[in-house]
Design a protein around this ligand. Sequence first.
Ligand code: SF4
Length: 429
Amino acid sequence: MSKKLNLISLGCAKNLVDSEILLGGLKEQEVEIVDNPENADSIVINTCGFLDIAREESVDAILQAVELKKVGSVQELVVMGCLSERYPNELKKEIPEVDRFFGSNDHRLIASFLTGKEYSKDDPLFYRSLMTPSHYAYLKIAEGCDNACTFCSIPIMRGKQKSRSISAIMNEAERLVDDGVKELLVIAQDTTSYGWDLPGKEYLDTLIKELNTLGKGLEWIRIHYAHPAHLNQKIINVMADSQKVCHYLDMPVQHASDAILKSMKRGLDQNGIKDRIKRLRSAIPDIRIRTTLITGFPGESNHDYLALKEFVEEIEFDRLGIFTYSEEDDTTAANLDDNVPRQVKDDRRNELLDIQNEISLKKNEELIGKNISVLIDETGESVSVARTEYDSPEVDNIVRLDGSHPVGSFVDVVVNDANEYELFANKIL
Ligand code: SF4
């Protein structure tokens, strides 16, 4: 009787791709994948170790699985990913009920442990079994990061940047498109430094050009995790010239005060960020820019915060996520005095979110009466949920569309209403 396994994937899209690779390998060995952990013999938890809230969520998921093991419904519990990559010994000591802890790049070892089948490290990595809806997929082009942002623990957990070869990425992308994927979301820790660690001068612009040649079925290529200091005109031009590349860019800038950007080791100042945004908006006038900011970084004075607030008001990002600074062990910033009170961190974040709500509402209302093409992500009897090319799954705006429409299909609609984070539309008849 085949093993029933439940896989809980936490954290970012890069972690999700790791989960999908493991799932692909397990399915090859006829392991039955079940959605409900209570129906599973084995549970695998792919953890996140990025911020305190993410670590708490990972530990909670492990402890819930331990409870299932205690009542005997689960026989085997495996933990993988960034948290166990980072704290294997502490976790082993604190949660001895877990059968094995693995890192974030141990797909074959985990598959061997769970199925008994031996794999050599030269065996090709498993072809992914998608955990996203089948019409879109994340495409991880590199692992690790060579940047040294002082607040970030990712290089500690994921190591130095390792770019995949263009041929390996194209092989995977072709197979995903053959399997019905219409949208590829290009991810890494820093997509704009793709290829810097590879022999030969093939960087992100070359890769985008290649991906843009992919044929039947692929409509959207979406670029995430651009580092503003590494975004050059070549990349911008190829984005502008590539028919399948969405007029969208996720480019975390983290802050806008020159003093804080320096203390964060972001490699450019506010004017540098503004220059990148200006060049993006001039090359692709309708581009939507998503960014991420941190409030309450050590030493963030009221003056620094006002510089950030004025920047948000001036630039008017299209999509914005804001985190409060959390001190991460062994990062450079952990040596700094975390002197911004919790309440102040939260107040600054909330004030910026209020400003962004107004900006988002204004920009969405400008779309009322406009015709746009949307991709259907979910459908019900009377309403469907979709996205425009300006919106990434899970993090950006959605379109609520009257009527039931096939998931994964593109529909031309007219927008008839909007709020801060949603558009309401009808199919154009
Ligand atoms: S670019 Fe900076 S913030 Fe992003 S993963 Fe690398 S070190 Fe962390």
